[in-house]
Design a protein around this ligand. Structure first.
Ligand code: UTP
Length: 259
């Protein structure tokens, strides 16, 4: 592949069921639940925009597409491409649906239920690494032992500072079997080599097509790096993380309003 320095495409999968937020997600997508005043997807788009991404592929369930129509108004400089995921067959399936829009370019996947606060966005941090290594590089964070069973965990071959070459990813291992304490963290920069692997991936854990399964093959056939990013990370896909994010951003924007 030719040397690529500019990355302009982002994929945001937003077609999950959001069961952990039922019943509200029966009515609206969880990506629109507000962190105080901003829908969470809005915050992720701010990150994408700040990082130079111009073309955003949004994977959505058709019935909820109209909820996302307002995004054009807030991000007129970005092009939005909507792709329907008919059934929630898994994150790997959702990302694979972006292939035609992404074409043969490296791209960033931003999970909208993860928000990370840092002046240099995580997406920028991944792009900076990519500019040197020209290989797929995904976000990683240190996870306490008692929580590794909740994460995809990188199996590490070698490390240079905060950049680790991965042998693969183990989905939700128990603490004794975890290959490292580096968890997968919701931002992924992939070369287009990931697409044929996603097409070939069979349903795995939970009967869904798992992104981690394709990442495993990518690590073996091509290369996969994990980068320990800088930034404050919130997993807002579950209520506790969501409350933490509201507390953090609420105080950041409005101070201790209740004091
Ligand atoms: P999650 O597993 O966190 O979201 O997927 P979910 O499936 O909506 O949540 P629960 O478990 O039912 O509460 C991470 C991201 O991938 C998207 C989700 O919308 C979420 O933003 N996703 C997941 C899809 O777009 N399609 C899928 O089939 C699965």
């Amino acid at each position: 592949m030719k040397n690529v320095q500019s990355i302009t495409k982002g994929v945001i999968p937003a077609a999950g069921l959001g069961k952990r937020f039922w019943p509200v997600t029966k009515i609206i997508p969880k990506e629109l639940l507000p962190i105080v005043t901003k829908p969470s997807i809005h915050m992720v788009l701010e990150e994408a925009n700040h990082s130079g991404l111009k073309d955003i592929v949004l994977i959505v369930a058709l019935a909820k597409k109209s909820f996302f129509d307002h995004l054009h108004d807030f991000f007129p400089q970005m092009n939005f491409h909507f792709v329907e995921q008919r059934e929630p067959f898994g994150l790997g399936h959702a990302v694979g649906l972006a292939e035609k829009k992404v074409e043969e370019e490296p791209f960033v996947v931003l999970l909208p239920d993860v928000i990370i606060d840092h002046e240099t966005t995580v997406t920028q941090q991944l792009i900076q690494n990519f500019q040197t290594i020209q290989k797929s590089v995904c976000a990683a964070e240190r996870v306490p032992k008692e929580k590794v069973h909740l994460y995809g965990v990188y199996d590490i071959a070698s490390s240079e500072g905060k950049l680790h070459k991965a042998k693969g990813v183990i989905e939700k291992p128990n603490a004794e079997k975890a290959p490292s304490d580096l968890g997968v963290a919701g931002r992924y920069l992939f070369t287009p080599d990931i697409f044929p692997l996603l097409t070939d991936t069979k349903p795995g854990y939970g009967g869904e097509i798992q992104l981690a399964d394709a990442m495993n093959i990518l690590a073996k056939r091509e290369a996969l790096y994990a980068y320990e990013f800088e930034g404050r990370h919130f997993d807002i896909g579950h209520p506790q993380g969501f409350i933490q994010a509201i507390d953090y951003y609420g105080k950041k924007e409005y101070g201790n309003g209740l004091d």
